[in-house]
Design a protein around this ligand. Structure first.
Ligand SMILES: Nc1ncnc2c1ncn2[C@@H]1O[C@H](COP(=O)(O)OP(=O)(O)O)[C@@H](O)[C@H]1O
Ligand SMILES: [Mg+2]
Length: 478
């Protein structure tokens, strides 16, 4: 390259760094979204259609007066809201990539897993350039009223389904500036009630005033094609889309693929379970071991499951369910402790061999009772092992809206992988109760079958998901 060509190339790359919007490439659904002119627009669709990305692009275009349809002069106030900071990260990461660094406040930085930081109340102030004086205010639905108070806004974005009260709070604050509302989400079985939104969309379909205009496309190979380069390039292959569908729980497949409003109630949840799960042989030496415990809905009931795992750092972990121990609710913690230790002994596993010990609170009790049932059990286990009380520690599982489905999805995905008819999820013949629960569980959270499944789920989640963030390939939980 000549010196001149080098200078030119350097300049071009500097320009790109200063103005990342020059590199904006969108899919057809994303483009349609940015070009919407309706003052209230909803994009309800499957996971991974690039909804959060499109929102981020729209925000930066609007803030900088480059939006194809709405431009304002002067300092703008833009609000961007989501369900939780964790669910907010994909949008914020994309926003951070698109924001011209020299135009935003120098105190801002991006913290992986947390989002855009720098101010105590999350906000992105523009200090120079076309958007100087503009503020992008970030908040969660729960903060809602407090964060929105005392302001009018030029545009508002919701990523993930908002509660009706939040939108009720927001609309009057958009009225003065004629601001538009943009909502993107995938419905999930854990979404807040959305009937109010369906009514608004029906109103729009019927041509009534006050309706919300809706977009819906579905996760298909055409809809992940990115335009703007020499040829359209997909960001997910057909095989990846297919795998994504296969990994979904059938109840939620239509929601995750097409953004369907409702889960499908159709029989067994763990559909990938089959005879391949019973070609059991003992796990290899060196497998990681976890004991999962669930204290059940009824007082005193308890289920414990011993699980082994290999390849836990990879996308194809293997699971062995080695043993189970159930009590009917009429046993004492001392008897429960004895039963758990006997089960471990039958499997040839000592307490100190366990890598993970995780036990849940009893459902429907207060926090005080949580500690208590793990504590009761741990106390008697320690005593029977001749250990000090503090040497026996039972962890509690992580929970969030959606964690139940997340755990079942992981189990179903592992069950579905087979080599020569042998599943990656193997169940020892000594586990009839777990087998019965896998065959019979249809999603009812009060079903007593769920106790033993939960015990397995906690240990498996912790083994494969734990610190490494494993997820069935191609599934994101945004
Ligand atoms: N225009 C695009 N160009 C390249 N990759 C994209 C584009 N849009 C989306 N993606 C990819 O798809 C992933 C999912 O996008 P995201 O906006 O989080 O989806 P959604 O919010 O619909 O679940 C992104 O992390 C990115 O890898
Ligand atoms: Mg998203």
């Amino acid at each position: 390259m000549t010196a001149d060509a080098l200078t030119l190339a350097r300049r071009a790359s500097e320009r790109l760094r200063r103005d990342p919007m020059l590199d904006l490439r969108l899919t057809r659904p994303q483009r349609q979204w940015v070009e919407t002119t309706h003052p209230r627009a909803v994009w309800r669709d499957g996971n991974r259609l690039g909804k959060s990305w499109a929102q981020a692009a729209d925000i930066v275009l609007f803030a900088r007066g480059m939006h194809p349809h709405q431009t304002h002069r002067g300092a703008l106030r833009i609000v961007v809201a989501s369900e939780s900071w964790a669910q907010f990260v994909p949008l914020q990461r994309r926003l951070w990539d698109l924001l011209p660094r020299n135009e935003i406040h120098p105190k801002l930085y991006f913290s992986p897993g947390q989002g855009i930081k720098g101010f105590k109340e999350p906000v992105i102030p523009f200090v120079t350039g076309p958007a100087a004086g503009t503020e992008i205010i970030l908040c969660t639905y729960q903060q809602g009223a407090a964060r929105l108070a005392g302001g009018n806004y030029h545009r508002a974005y919701c990523d993930e389904p908002p509660p009706e009260t939040f939108v009720g709070e927001l609309l009057p604050r958009l009225a003065q500036q004629g601001g538009h509302l943009r909502m993107t989400f995938t419905p999930t079985p854990e979404s807040p009630p959305l009937d109010w939104l369906r009514d608004k969309i029906d109103a729009w379909k019927a041509g009534k005033p006050g309706g919300f205009c809706e977009y819906n496309h579905g996760l298909t190979p055409e809809n992940v094609l990115v335009y703007g380069g020499p040829i359209p390039v997909p960001y997910m292959s057909e095989a990846q889309i297919e795998q994504f569908g296969a990994d979904c729980l059938p109840v939620e497949r239509a929601m995750r693929m097409q953004g369907a409003w409702d889960p499908l109630s159709a029989g067994r949840w763990l559909t990938n379970y089959g005879p391949g799960c019973h070609h059991y042989s003992a796990p290899p030496v060196g497998a990681r071991l976890a004991l999962g415990i669930d204290h059940g809905a009824a007082a005193g009931k308890q289920a414990a499951v011993l699980v082994a795992c290999t390849q836990d750092g990879t996308l194809a972990p293997r699971i062995w369910v080695m043993g189970e121990s159930l009590s009917d609710g009429y046993t004492t913690p001392e008897q429960d402790a004895r039963a758990v230790l006997a089960m471990l002994a039958d499997c040839g596993v000592g307490w100190d061999d366990l890598d993970v010990i995780v036990g849940d609170r009893p459902t429907g009790r207060n926090r005080f009772a949580i500690a208590k049932s793990n504590r009761d059990l741990a106390q008697f286990i320690a005593w029977q092992l001749g250990k000090k009380r503090r040497e026996v520690w039972i962890d509690t599982p992580k929970k969030w809206a959606g964690s139940v489905n997340h755990g079942f999805r992981i189990m179903n995905a592992i069950m579905g992988r087979e080599d020569d008819g042998r599943s990656h999820f193997l169940i020892a013949p000594t586990c009839p109760e777990l087998t019965k629960a896998i065959q019979g569980f249809e999603g009812d959270r009060r079903d007593p079958l769920k106790d033993v499944l939960d015990a397995a789920r906690y240990s498996i989640e912790r083994l494969v998901d734990g610190s490494r963030g494993w997820a069935p390939p191609a599934i994101t939980y945004a």
